[in-house]
Ligand binder design. Structure first.
Ligand code: NAD
Length: 384
């Protein structure tokens, strides 16, 4: 028997996930929920969904087993806790929360309720991250000594529109948030490979100078002046990691990482992808792993938007030909969550990992506001 899933927030990003929850063989029913009645009706018609709910409160009164929260990013933690306490499993878009206190409370809520919580971290299933996880597991890095990861997204690359549809009339107050409050795409690329977590941070913020004024302390509700933040972390395995979150940068954008070990290293940047060792004549070019033009399914059709390193054989056959996105990650995330709800086994991106992807950024911003002082990063432990 499958589960019933309520999708909370049917805005832009949810468009990628409604068809996948609907298609998953272990999902019996999908209910759509949004505060915007016109948007809700439009989505119900477009996706062929019969049942809708006008609010999260109303949805939690129904018999859905799980909710997928794809609302604005500053709402996630309170909404996730409300749903957990109502007895529902929770899938949340990133980030898990925007304060250390609410994330601590979220971890406690998962422990107290025994429900499944998963943060839909797309970077976890990026081809480069999958490749590095496999190399790490087979010992090819040796001891990892340093990693770099970044999420570059200049305001000019679509972020004004995003801010307007997420913030509505208040978009100018909400657009200029601290970049390190959205750190999960970059941090997860390190943490999900080595399993080590951040223990200490020193961060520098770059004060914005753009004439749009979004990053002025008297304009945004975060009183934030930094549009770029650069943090150096000490890791629990004794290595170091540098994380950049940039919103003003002459770069096409995206999430990337490189990682250096005592035996081998992985490098990814705009020039390409390579695995290197101490042998100067042994540079292995890996540009092909980032080709996500799709993979033929053995019994016909195509797995769309995936690369040769994606373990597509584990996905439900019903996903063949269905939409995918963010470097092939969407289908894996939906399958991880549904499988976890059905089996009761925590998914890879569980609440403890979500905390390790999110909290270091929040503390990094605190460090940046204090001129780069070294601060300890709280940790909430491993999955139970
Ligand atoms: N790579 C990634 O992981 C990735 C990419 C894009 C977006 N996202 C995340 O997805 C989330 C949504 O982004 P978006 O661009 O779709 O935003 P959006 O503004 O288009 O959609 C959010 C929707 O949530 C609804 N909503 C808010 N509160 C609600 C409530 N209490 N009950 C029901 N509905 C409610 C809003 O009415 C809106 O329609 C963001 O948190 C963002 O961080 C993640």
């Amino acid at each position: 028997m499958g589960i019933k899933v309520g999708m909370v927030g049917v805005g832009s990003f949810a468009q990628c996930f409604i068809p996948l929850f609907k298609a998953h063989p272990l999902v019996d029913k999908v209910v759509l929920c949004d505060l915007d009645a016109a948007k809700l009706a439009r989505n119900a018609a477009e996706h062929g969904i019969a049942v809708t709910c006008p609010s999260l409160d109303a949805l939690l009164e129904t018999d859905v087993d799980a909710v997928a929260i794809i609302t604005q990013h500053w709402m996630h933690a309170p909404q996730a806790m409300q749903a957990l306490r109502a007895g529902k499993h929770v899938y949340s878009a990133v980030p898990a929360g925007i304060t250390v206190e609410e994330i601590a409370e979220l971890v406690d809520a998962v422990k107290a309720t025994g429900r499944i919580y998963m943060m839909g971290e797309t970077s976890y299933y990026y081809p480069n991250v999958i490749y590095c996880r496999e190399q790490f597991e087979r010992g090819a890095f040796g001891r990892v000594v340093f990693a770099e990861a970044e999420y570059y997204h200049d305001m000019d690359n679509g972020l004004y529109d995003v801010a307007k549809w997420r913030g509505g009339d208040r978009w100018r107050e909400l657009a200029g948030g601290p970049p390190m409050y959205y750190p999960t795409h970059s941090i997860s690329q390190v943490v999900s490979v080595t399993g080590a977590h951040m223990t200490h941070v020193s961060c520098q913020g770059v004060v914005d100078q753009h004439e749009d004024g979004l990053y002025r302390a008297d304009v945004n509700i975060w009183h934030n002046t930094f549009s770029n933040e650069c943090a150096l972390f000490k890791m629990s395995d004794g290595s170091a990691a540098r994380i950049n979150e940039f919103r003003r940068v002459g770069h096409p954008g995206g999430e990337r990482m490189s990682m250096w070990g005592t035996k081998g290293s992985f490098e990814l940047n705009a020039a390409g992808v390579a695995w290197v060792t101490k042998q100067r004549d042994e540079v292995k070019r890996l540009d092909g792993i980032m080709d996500i033009s799709g993979v033929p399914a053995p019994d016909g059709g195509m797995w769309t938007g995936v690369s040769s390193v994606h373990p597509v054989a584990r996905l439900p056959r019903a996903f063949v030909g269905k939409p995918n996105g963010h470097w092939g990650s969407h289908q894996f995330l939906v399958d991880d969550f549904v499988t976890a709800c059905v089996t009761g086994i925590h998914p890879p991106n569980n609440v403890w990992q979500a905390a390790r992807y999110t909290v270091p950024g929040i503390v990094a911003h605190e460090s940046a506001m204090r001129g780069g002082v070294l601060i300890e990063v709280p940790d909430f432990g491993d999955a139970l």
